[in-house]
Structures are given as C-alpha cells and as structure tokens.
Design a protein around this ligand. Structure first.
Ligand code: BES
Ligand code: MN
Ligand code: ZN
Length: 507
C-alpha cells in the first residue's frame, strides 16, 4: 500500500474514492459538509431518507455524484460525536478500508483524520490510522497452494489535510506509522510461520537478512560457543531437540559510540511442546507462537532502523525448541546457569525463563542503559489479563511508567503487576539455589521473580505477551504486538536525545 498526504478539498479531489464521516445524529463532518454543498445536498438527502444512519462503522458507497470530481464517495458512520474516542476512531478507519477492499477502488482519499478524537493530536491520528490500516489488509496466505480469491484493488491511500499548517507533522507521523507497521508485519510473518519452517536457524537467518538490509552488526552463537559461556540453563532446554539452538545478537548504532545501549531480549522458543512435562494436545499448535518475543524485538529493530533513530539498540534472542526425547531434561534435573546460580528444573514446560536467564546474564557485558525482555512466558498472564493488555513487571519504577505510557500512546497497552520480594519465597528449592516454578498462585509474578534474580545489575523490565501476541479461534494469527509499544518507547527516548545534546553544548 502506498500512503501520502494531500492538501485538497473533498469536492476538488480527483480520486477513485473520497471518504468522509457522518455522525449518528445526522451531522456531517467538516469535509462531508463541504462536499454536500458541492453536490447539491445529495449527502444530506441520503441521510434524511435514512439510507445512512451514521452508526459506528457503517458504510455507504455513492457513485458519480454530479459536482464532485471523485468517481465515488464513501460515507462512513462515526457513531455519537461525544463518544468519538481512540477505539471508535480506529474502527471508523478499518470499516472504511474493509469496505473499499471489496470494491474496484484503486486509490482513496481519507478525510477522516479531521475527526475530533478525545485529546488526540493529528500526529497520533495519522500514525495510528496507518498502523490500523496496514493491520486490516495484512494477509498470510503464501503457504496455501493457491492464493485466496479476493483480489485487492486498493493500492493508494491519501490522508487529506485542509491546509499546510501541520503538513510536516503529518508527514513525520506517517513515516513513523509506516515503520511501526513494517515492524509489525515482520513480527506477524515470523509468528505465523509453522515450527517446521521457523526454527532457531531460520530466526538467525532472518536476523542476518535484516542486518544486511540495514547495515547492522550481527553475531550468531552456536551450541559450542554457548557451552563455552556456560549457558547451561539455555542448553538444558534444547537438549531434547534435533534443531540446534542459536543465540542471536544484532546491534543498531544510531547514537554516539559511548552512549549505553538499550537492550531488548526476546524469547525465541520456536515450538514449545512442554518437553518431558508434555503439554496437553488441544491447541498445542499455538505453541509455534512461542517465539513471538523474538519476532517482536526483531520487528522493533526494523522499525528503529527504518526511522534511523538517534540511539543505540541491541537485540538479543535465545532461540531453541522445547521437545521431549531421550536426551531431554527431566523434572528434578539441576543445572548451573551462566550466572553461577543453580536451578532445579521441576517442570520442563517452564522453559522460557531458562533460556531468558542466561540471555539476561549475557547482556550485562553491554553495560546497558536498560534491558527489556519480551516473552510469551506464562499461561497465568492470559488468565489474569486476557488478550487486551500485556503484563509488565520491572525492577525500576521510572522505566515501568515510561513503558506504560508508551503502551497507552500506541494503543498497545501494558498493565503492571507487583514484583515484590514476598513472592520470591515460592521459588525455594530443597536442592538448588532456586526452582524454575513457583506453584499455581501468581504464576506470572513468580516467573518474573525468577528472571529478577538475573537482572540485579541494571534497570530492567519484563513484558509477558502470552495473551497479546496472538489471537486464537477463527481469527487465529499473530498480532505483531508489542512492536508498537516498544517502538513508541524508543521514539520517546530518541526525542529526548537532541535535548540532552543541546544542554551540554550550552555549558
Ligand atoms: N509458552 C508457555 C506460556 C504460554 C502458555 C503462552 C499458554 C501462551 C499460552 C510457557 O513456556 C509455559 O509453558 N509456561 C507454563 C509455566 C508453568 C509450567 C509454571 C504455563 O504457563 O503453564
Ligand atoms: Mn512452556
Ligand atoms: Zn514457552
């Protein structure tokens, strides 16, 4: 899809389709009103006859209106004007795109960013609309022998502005929205690939491709290198698999050399059967998404590289399968992690924390500004928060607040859970420094408590995306979350950077 920004009134715009909003009260949006005057009040007539009632997300396509230069006009219902919030605004956008996709329209001009959305700026409206539109038209059908039969005519979308006042802002917002959407597409594609395609080696190759395109430094450690480093908890997970594990490190340098990097660590279990603590069969196929943390940090890296943000970012992915075989780790096995702490593996299905803890020890060497790990870590998180919000736990309150705000701003929310020491007791082991599970109570918190034992040397936050990274049921598929949250967080960090430089120059 090609996006652009245009400054032109709806009555003068030569386009296959002009898209304007109508409220449930029958009130026309500003552009709809302008158009209505040019077409001798056809729009008002249509509304007064009851053919378009303005219900949220309803659509009506009109053809060849005399007085308009566009071939078509699409009316989109905006619901009640005083209820126009972020969620409703995005459903207006997606309703318009869904309708247009089923028509012969090749290009459309949207006059919907003029809608007054509770407290939101034009930049927000353009950025989030772009993300929502790209999400709506996303398809993953290249593994079907014949592509599905819905030709997509729509190729170009323009956002129309009334004047040049906010043109630069709008263009920047569009660039940001497109970069985030591209990052999400990468994350979705990787997430949707089956486990027999998307193996640890495949993930490593994808990271190499990304590095080549954007001139990033990349390193992939194999099993031997991991053994030398003493990554025994990570290696304990891959023992039962015939696919070799990979440890991926990709670096983007957009800031000064001496500037400490932000580090993202993504759980890369390309299939989680549970290992010897085998999962039940129902819906086990969904465990191909257990590398969504890895996919989302690669997607974020892509967005950051596309935007050339002035900061340093390192992405680290411990990648492995979790399968049972004769060599697999057994419940009761005790392993020594890279940090030297010993772990009793009471349940081989709690493997995410085992691969992450060695990665979290490894990243100490980067002297990180902060570390954020992203993982489909616990089923308990889905029970606690459902599919709406990711779980957030952190050892630094400022970092936690920054991530919560980024989630809010990018419609990719997180919700904080406590990381109190009181929960640490649940991880006591009779035979090792800790057990890898803490019982049924507060499963997401004890999982984070386990990780917290490996992140004492830096500011750290953990995102549990078990409920948000993919959808089950009819619409089954990867969501690309939390690429928006993470990129928004990094955009925030990047925007601070020039200010800091200006300050130090003045001194
Ligand atoms: N990958 C799963 C977590 C998961 C479960 C994500 C369901 C999405 C949906 C993780 O490796 C896991 O199996 N966790 C266990 C931990 C338990 C054994 C303490 C879980 O949540 O059941
Ligand atoms: Mn598991
Ligand atoms: Zn898992």
């Amino acid at each position: 899809m090609e996006f652009s920004i245009k400054i032109e009134g709806p009555e003068k715009r030569r386009s296959a389709c002009v898209v304007v909003g109508v409220y449930q009260s029958g009130k026309l949006s500003i552009s709809a009103k302008l158009l209505d005057q040019a077409v001798k009040h056809v729009l008002s007539d249509v509304i007064s006859r009851g053919d378009m009632q303005g219900k949220l997300g309803s659509t009506l396509l009109l053809q060849k209106l005399p007085g308009a230069l566009a071939e078509r006009v699409l009316l989109v219902g905006c619901g009640k004007e005083d209820e126009m919030n972020e969620k409703n605004y995005l459903s207006v956008m997606t309703a318009a795109i869904k309708h247009l996709n089923g028509t012969g329209t090749t290009d459309a001009t949207l006059y919907l960013t003029e809608l007054d959305v509770a407290k939101q700026s034009l930049a927000w409206k353009i950025r989030q609309a772009t993300i929502a539109i790209q999400d709506t038209i996303y398809k993953f059908d290249h593994l079907k022998s014949k592509p599905e039969d819905h030709p997509q005519a729509l190729r170009k979308i323009a956002y129309a502005l009334p004047d040049r006042n906010e043109l630069a802002t709008a263009e920047l917002a569009l660039t940001e929205g497109l970069a985030i959407a591209e990052g999400m597409t990468l994350a979705k594609n990787l997430g949707n690939l089956p486990g027999n395609v998307c193996t640890p080696t495949y993930l490593a190759n994808e990271a190499k491709k990304l590095a080549k395109t954007h001139q990033l430094a990349i390193e992939v450690l194999d099993k031997g290198a991991m053994e030398k480093l003493g990554m025994n908890t990570l290696l304990s997970v891959s023992r039962g698999s015939r696919e070799p594990p990979k440890f991926i490190i990709a670096r983007y340098q957009g800031g000064a050399k001496k500037e400490n990097p932000i580090v993202l660590v993504g759980k890369g279990i390309t299939f989680d059967s549970g290992g010897i603590s085998l999962k039940p069969g129902a819906e086990m196929d969904e465990m191909k998404y257990d590398m969504s943390g890895a996919a989302s940090v690669l997607g974020t890296l892509k967005a950051v590289a596309l935007l050339k943000l002035p900061l340093n970012l390192i992405v680290v992915i411990p990648a492995s399968e979790n399968l049972p075989d004769g060599a697999a780790s057994k419940p009761g096995d005790i392993v020594t992690s890279m940090s030297g702490q010993t772990v009793e593996i009471l349940n081989t299905d709690a493997e995410g924390r085992l691969v992450l803890c060695d990665a979290l020890t490894y990243v100490e060497r980067f002297n990180p500004e902060c570390v954020i790990d992203v993982a489909t870590l616990t089923g308990a998180c889905v029970i606690a928060l459902g599919h709406v919000t990711s779980g957030l736990l952190a050892n630094h309150e400022g970092l936690a607040q920054e991530l919560l705000a980024a989630g809010q701003a990018s419609c990719d929310r997180a919700w904080q859970l406590p990381l109190w020491d009181d929960y640490q007791e649940q991880l006591k082991s009779n035979f090792a420094d800790m057990a890898n599970i803490g019982g049924r109570a507060a499963g997401s918190i004890t999982a984070a408590c386990f990780l917290a034992r490996f992140t004492k040397k830096y500011r750290w936050a953990h995102l549990d995306i078990a409920g948000t990274a993919w959808r089950s049921g009819k619409e089954k598929g990867s969501t690309g979350r939390p690429v928006p949250l993470l990129t928004q967080f990094l955009l925030g960090r990047a925007n601070q950077a020039p200010k800091i430089i200006v300050k130090s120059k003045k001194k």
